[in-house]
Design a protein. Structure first.
Lengths: 260, 257
């Protein structure tokens, strides 16, 4: 391949990537404007709150409890190398609340919610249900997209908060029952060490990740190609995009909260 | 309901063009559908019948040309009021999986400008289901629990629920056995006559054409190749139309497209 062709290919890829960013941004802006504008669909919002929030609790709880437990074991083993085993409560707390809680909950939501939204909306598109909505004077952005994104915005921070608490509880259980920590001292160290900013950053990250997860599911669902293959591609692309965006946003938000 | 002006045709397409990439689907389509008449558009698969129909509804935006509904440009005015004049039966039914049958039928009656109390909407839905030959016990079932023919009937009930002035039928008999196709064709004809609605149907099922149409238009190569009353269809002398209605492999229409 000649250098000129290589450059052309690089240019095309860059332009395609920028166009994609533009389309997703416009879609997100349109979602928020439709969220604020009547008509509102409370039944759709209630169903989305149930699907995204309540029904995600088991998977979030399991992810958090095992992560908190494993984190306690790792910090204990690692800390023992320089006689710092006692820092387990503080590191578990800060690790779960600042990083692992929001990121793991965000990724689980991407796996569970983004995929399901993308597959559902893509199937609706393929079977002409989206066109049917339009002919029935119902805007799909208002009826399908806005309630899902709003529900994720409201529930994922709560899921992250619950995940943080259960993760710390997992670390506590392992530390107290397997590593010989004193129960009261462990809890006191955890509470004393955490600062309000740690909790605020965790919940704000949750809100961002929720919006990203639901928006990516809706976007790729609405852009789906034809047939079963189109639905499969839309679902796969939505989860990939949500996961990468959640990790990138996490890096940026961590910088904003703790390094600036 | 918008007051209709009797001097205008209900639908008029004037030199409508639409391409998807290099694929020029509509290449200057002209079509006029008088008020209260039933127009059936025929043509092979991939000739742009669905694109034409969706262009009228604004689901697809033409690249050029004009579409008038009751004398007014299709994209002008209040979008909800415009769409409230239409009912549409989709090819696969396009019923909403998550809603029971009666809520599918009454969808338009439970939201927006035509909203009414749930009990009244349910009663209208059951009445419309009865009109298309379905018993009231179907009302609380989910679409996935119904056969293909029943789903088509529910789609038809939804299309007529708000008493539209214009009804579109997209391949109404696709996937149905000949007897069920006949039932659906008869229902469409009865309902269109009874409501005095203007109907636009796209199909390649010739039994539908003969049962439903007042007028027929044949779409080929992105333009209307022939149009006229259904009674003239067999003596048209148009080689494209003759080949199509007799299902011949030999003729001006290439069998492999």
């Amino acid at each position: 391949m000649t250098p000129l062709k290589l450059l052309a290919r690089l240019g095309r890829s860059t332009l395609a990537a920028l166009a994609m960013v533009g389309r997703v941004t416009l879609f997100a802006v349109s979602t928020f404007t439709h969220m604020l504008r009547p008509p509102y669909y409370p039944r759709e919002l209630a169903l989305s709150l149930l699907q995204i929030g309540w029904l995600s609790l088991p998977v979030v709880a399991l992810t958090a409890v095992f992560t908190g437990g494993a984190l306690a074991l790792q910090i204990y083993a690692g800390g023992a190398r320089f006689n710092a085993e006692a820092v387990v409560p503080q590191i578990v707390a800060i690790g779960m609340v600042r990083e692992l809680g929001p990121v793991l909950v965000g990724l689980m939501i991407a796996a569970r919610v983004t995929s399901s939204i993308a597959a559902e909306i893509a199937t609706m598109k393929v079977t002409e249900q989206i066109d049917a909505l339009v002919t029935l004077s119902t805007n799909p952005m208002q009826y399908l997209v806005a309630p899902r994104v709003l529900a994720a915005l409201l529930t994922v921070p709560i899921l992250v908060g619950v995940g943080d608490i259960i993760g710390i509880a997992g670390g506590y259980t392992v530390s107290v029952h397997n590593l010989g920590f004193n129960s009261a001292a462990y809890l006191k160290n955890t509470v004393d060490f955490l600062e309000p900013l740690d909790v605020i950053s965790s919940l704000v990250k949750g809100a961002f990740f929720g919006v990203i997860a639901a928006t990516m599911g809706c976007y790729y669902g609405m852009q789906s190609g034809r047939g079963a293959q189109g639905v499969g591609r839309a679902t796969k692309a939505s989860v990939e995009a949500a996961a990468v965006l959640i990790l990138a946003t996490n890096f940026i938000l961590t910088g904003v909260f703790f390094s600036l | 309901m918008t007051q209709s002006n009797p001097s205008h045709p209900m639908i008029k397409m004037d030199q409508v063009h639409k391409a998807f990439g290099d694929n020029r689907v509509l290449r200057g389509m002209d079509l006029t559908i008088p008020k209260g008449s039933s127009m059936v558009i025929i043509g092979g698969s991939g000739t742009g019948k669905s694109v034409a129909l969706k262009s009228v509804l604004g689901l697809i935006t033409p690249d050029s040309g004009e579409i008038y509904v009751d004398g007014k440009p299709a994209g002008s005015g209040d979008r909800d009021a415009f769409l409230a004049r239409f009912g549409m039966l989709f090819q696969g039914g396009a019923l909403f999986d998550s809603l029971p049958v009666w809520q599918n039928v009454a969808f338009r009656l439970m939201r927006g400008a035509l909203k009414r109390p749930a009990q009244e909407a349910r009663e209208i839905a059951i009445e419309k289901l009865r009109r298309v030959g379905l018993k009231p016990d179907v009302a609380d079932r989910l679409p996935a629990e119904l056969s293909g023919g029943m789903q088509k009937r529910v789609g038809l009930a939804r299309a007529i629920a708000a008493e539209p002035e214009i009804i579109f039928f997209d391949e109404p008999t696709t996937g149905l056995d000949p007897i069920m196709s006949g039932v659906i064709n008869d229902l469409i004809r009865e309902i269109v006559v009874e409501m005095g609605a203007t109907a636009m149907t796209i199909t390649h099922d010739m039994s539908s054409v003969r049962a439903i149409a007042d007028n027929v238009a044949m779409l080929h190569d992105g333009v209307i190749q022939w149009t006229g009353p259904v009674a003239d269809m067999d003596q048209s002398g148009d080689p494209y139309l003759d080949q199509f209605i007799h299902g011949r492999a030999e003729g001006p229409i290439e069998a492999v497209r």
